[in-house]
Design a protein around this ligand. Structure first.
Ligand SMILES: [Zn+2]
Ligand SMILES: [Zn+2]
Length: 333
């Protein structure tokens, strides 16, 4: 079968690999795979992996064969929870499989899903009902991590939330915070991403230059109760700390790698802030995201901007950096 592998920093190759053996797990034919910031960082050599590594962890596919004791059968459309957990460490025993101390991620710590078939234990599959379009299904994995992140907050109706960065996750988080009863302000430089957020129900949007004024207006001068960092840079985290009101909460969704500016540590103390730093998701978060999508409560389709074949992997990775793109999917099956 065909697979997209990273051979070394910056070197991507589409080639043949042996088909996996399902054993007592479920054999899934890969349908859509999404390209994520993690994949981009793996390809760039910023996240170290063993080479060659089949990348990819965002996948929806169709069950080919499943053990009889599983609730799945051939033809069932499923989302894959890409987290690998040991099941016996102190975090797994607390139900916190997303931070298993022996765990890992498909496509990073073990071979991933930029390929034709995947073998997955059935307790890491989530049924995707027919009411969810194929296109929308391509962002369900990211949605699960956004659901997980938003569950770390306990907002009161009418509180103000600012979301810095309206990429795929920022778009989904603004929708979820609105559903939690918050007044949401989406912040990005990109005009078309602000328009998309408005279309899907975000109350206010602002460019980074306008953000402080708009937030002051919306929060009667107090500053937002919650600021979500959904870019993944130290500069935007610093901005989140500066923008949030005293006593507020900062949700660090973006994965920070480099430290390029000094964080405003004094404000962290002076405002007595609470920072949330959620990681990945547990299987129930994915199921909640799927339910919200299936009921038509969330709008996912416009977040998928490009769909390419697996053989066009190199081009797909280039598109991720294009300002016209949000989620780039590769269609396999
Ligand atoms: Zn991802
Ligand atoms: Zn564990």
């Amino acid at each position: 079968m065909r697979a997209v592998r990273v051979q070394g920093p910056g070197v991507i190759e589409v080639g043949d690999v042996p088909e996996p053996d399902a054993g007592s797990s479920v054999l899934v034919r890969v349908g859509h795979v999404g390209i994520c910031g993690t994949d981009v960082k793996i390809l760039a050599g910023k996240i170290p992996v063993d080479y060659p590594r089949i990348m990819g962890h965002e996948m929806v596919g169709e069950v080919v064969a499943a053990p009889p004791e599983s609730p799945y059968h051939a033809g069932t459309r499923v989302l894959v929870d890409p987290g690998v957990a040991c099941g016996w460490c102190h975090m797994c025993r607390a139900g916190r499989f997303n931070i298993c101390v022996n765990g890992g991620l498909l496509g990073r710590d073990v071979d991933g899903v930029f390929t034709e078939y995947a073998v997955v234990p059935f307790n890491r599959l989530i049924l995707v009902p027919p009411s969810i379009s194929d296109k929308a299904s391509g962002v369900l994995q990211v949605l699960g991590t956004c659901v997980h992140a938003v569950k770390t907050l306990d907002p009161f109706p009418g509180q103000v939330a600012a979301v810095i960065g309206l990429g795929v996750a920022g778009q989904l988080i603004t929708q979820l915070l609105r559903l939690r009863g918050m007044t949401v302000v989406g912040i990005t430089r990109s005009e078309w991403k602000r328009e998309l957020a408005t279309t899907t129900g975000t109350h206010y949007t602002a460019s980074p230059d306008q953000a402080a004024d708009v937030l002051a207006e919306v929060s009667s001068g107090r500053g937002p109760d919650v600021v979500v960092e959904a870019v993944g840079t130290e500069a935007t985290l610093a901005r989140a700390i500066e923008l949030v009101g005293t006593g507020g909460e900062v949700l660090v969704y973006g994965t920070l790698t480099g430290g390029e500016t000094g964080l405003p540590y004094y404000q962290l103390y002076h405002k007595e802030l609470t920072l949330h730093n959620p990681r990945a998701a547990v299987v129930g978060d994915y199921a909640d995201g799927v339910d919200l999508t299936a009921s038509g409560t969330l709008t996912l389709e416009p977040i998928v901007t490009h769909e390419l074949g697996l053989e066009e992997a190199e081009k797909a990775f280039e598109l991720v950096h294009d300002p016209s793109s949000l989620k780039v999917l590769m269609r396999v099956g």
